[in-house]
Design a protein around this ligand. Structure first.
Ligand code: IMP
Ligand code: MG
Length: 177
């Protein structure tokens, strides 16, 4: 694995331009309604920070934490809830903000979890989707990029906790699959 210098897949400039476009689209779609952005820890923290600061509508921030992978790139199957939202989201417009959708199991679980809090609406944003890896049908309302079946790091994404703070999205070769 090239942990020191992952090869660039999506550049910092491309990411910033796409995040701005998504923010403009979200701001237009919600038409001034207040949004509760629910970031999925840890991977979404940078995407959420940039996306939220580019919106022109009222918004608040919540976080949830789930675990579906055991510190590497091999799926363990079940999605485990580590931390739910703290604020009351009943009757609010919720936007789940994910880093990456791979099989889709995590996002599907999160949509169900958010709906159990009886919000006014639930939509989804994801920076990256691995289009070929989908196992369940799940709608991404705001998608940054489609990529192939490779392990990506940077802009919040990690491989065994490494490379989260790279400004671009790069790819590495996992050693455990
Ligand atoms: P899913 O449930 O298979 O869609 O998995 C989604 C979760 O797996 C994401 O939220 C990430 O935490 C993790 N994940 C999947 N692929 C990657 C990757 O290429 N890099 C980093 N994390 C990934
Ligand atoms: Mg994640």
């Amino acid at each position: 694995m090239n942990a020191e210098n992952p090869e660039v897949l999506i550049s910092e400039e491309e990411i910033q331009a796409r995040v701005l476009a998504l923010a403009e689209q979200i701001s237009a779609d919600y038409g001034g309604e207040e949004l509760v952005m629910v970031g999925v820890l840890k991977g979404s923290f940078i995407f959420l920070a940039d996306l939220s600061r580019r919106l022109s509508i009222p918004r608040t921030i919540e976080f949830i934490a789930v675990s579906s992978y055991d510190n590497g790139s091999v799926a363990s199957g079940a999605v485990r809830l580590v931390m739910d939202v703290r604020g009351n989201i009943e009757g609010k417009h919720v936007l789940i903000v994910e880093d990456i959708v791979d099989t889709g199991h995590t996002l599907k679980y999160l949509i169900r979890l958010m709906k159990s809090h009886r919000p006014a609406s639930v939509k989804t944003a994801a920076l990256v989707r691995k289009a070929e890896s989908a196992e369940v049908d799940v709608t991404i309302d705001y998608l940054g990029f489609d990529i192939g079946d490779e392990w990506v790091v940077g802009y919040g994404l990690d491989y065994a906790e490494q490379n989260r703070t790279l400004p671009y999205i790069g790819f590495v070769e996992p050693t455990d699959s």
